[in-house]
Design a protein around this ligand. Structure first.
Ligand SMILES: *Cc1c(COP(=O)(O)O)cnc(C)c1O
Length: 365
């Protein structure tokens, strides 16, 4: 028997996540121009930073992107079902026992230590691989000395690329950028026939010395600002709006929300809105974040709860904040980086958690 007809379509969503694939593609083309001569690959790990891997990958493929980076094997397998012909690279490496799965799904492993290198040499059947050299991040990758020793003993490995990853590229003047670049430049002459890759989004903005043959970009595609303290050159891609559930007038003395973290000091109109930390608004936004409605910025007051936030909307018209109306939480008026900064957060973590319960609208692309 078929299931009973669902009336979900008549239920008002708690919020709306709008993803502008046209802006995504514009950002991709912008990066291609900035990194001219280098192949631009897209980091689409964590469901394309929360935006939705399938529409994001299809839009980028339409713009000519052939190369995608994921973190895990599972993400790689999923991506191959969306984009069969794409080159899919698994950044987190080759766990013991996964060799067959990599081969079966034609996933390209990033080999992050000598043990992984030796395992792929044995089991990889000449399929392509990438070697990660650690130049100062100290998370993953071969030590530069190991990479140097390996260079003279590559038989059995179809090494297509050697990569490293910058730790501080978001700070233009950080001395570690030049230090990592110098170390990378010491290693790569030992690998004359393979491609080289160092830069993430922020690394692209550090200039041509960092571009090499290929760049790996994520946050810039999605409209985040890769660099601290300079204007964001990339177009916003994501707008998040959540619905007002209730509005009420509050007179002092009163406090708002869990732990009574906000004290009302004058008559205030409060809107309770259907978004909380389970929708990607982390608790550090408590008393610091903001929304935007009917021409006005409205501050978050009181602690962010799991499913709710409270905003002081006194300044906005009452009509604009009646139940069912939408309040912008990320978008053209509350920039992703602005909202993140307000809570001492980074744009990546806000994006990756955003709006899992919201209705999604994709446009452009
Ligand atoms: C996620 C990731 C990237 C992309 O970083 P962005 O800062 O989002 O551009 C590049 N390289 C590696 C190794 C990564 O893990």
């Amino acid at each position: 028997m078929p299931p009973p007809a669902s009336d979900n379509s008549t239920v008002l969503s708690p919020g709306v996540l709008e993803i502008d694939l046209g802006a995504l593609v514009a950002n991709y083309r912008d990066i291609c121009a900035r990194a001219e001569g280098a192949q631009v690959g897209a980091a689409v790990k964590a469901n394309a930073y929360g935006l939705g891997i399938e529409p994001v990958v299809k839009a980028l493929q339409g713009a000519g992107c052939k190369r995608f980076f994921v973190a895990t094997v599972t993400e790689g397998i999923e991506l191959k079902t969306i984009a069969r012909s794409a080159e899919v690279i698994v950044l987190n490496g080759l766990m013991p026992g996964d060799e067959g799965v990599f081969l079966e799904h034609r996933l390209v492993p990033v080999l992050n230590d000598m043990e992984q290198v030796e395992r792929w040499r044995q089991a990889g059947q000449g399929a392509p691989c990438i070697i990660h050299v650690d130049t100062g991040m100290n998370r993953l990758g071969l030590a530069p000395e190991e990479a140097g020793a390996l260079a003279s003993n590559l038989h059995g490995l179809n090494l297509v690329e050697i990569m490293s990853h910058l730790a501080c590229a978001g700070q233009i003047d950080h001395p570690q950028n030049a230090a990592q670049l110098a170390l990378f430049n010491e290693v790569i002459p030992m690998y004359p026939y393979v491609r080289k890759s160092l830069a993430n989004s922020a690394g692209v903005l550090l200039g041509p010395a960092y571009h090499f043959d290929a760049v790996r970009v994520g946050i810039a595609l999605y409209g985040g600002n890769p660099t601290h303290g300079v204007a964001n050159p990339f177009a916003p891609v994501v707008t998040a709006k959540a619905r007002v559930l209730q509005q009420r007038w509050i007179d002092p003395p009163a406090t708002i929300g869990y732990e009574a973290l906000y004290t009302v000091d004058g008559r205030m109109r409060l809107a309770t809105v259907a978004a909380g930390y389970a929708d990607g608004l982390p608790t550090p936004l408590t008393n610091h974040g903001q929304g935007f409605v009917a021409g006005y910025h409205v501050p978050m007051v009181g602690r962010v709860s799991m499913d709710l936030i409270t905003l002081d909307v006194t300044i906005a018209s009452e009509d604009a904040t009646t139940p069912g109306e939408l309040i912008e939480l990320i978008g053209p008026n509350v920039l992703l980086d602005q909202q993140a900064d307000a809570g001492g957060l980074i744009s990546y973590e806000v994006l990756t958690g955003l709006g899992r319960r919201f209705e999604r609208h994709y446009s452009g692309g």
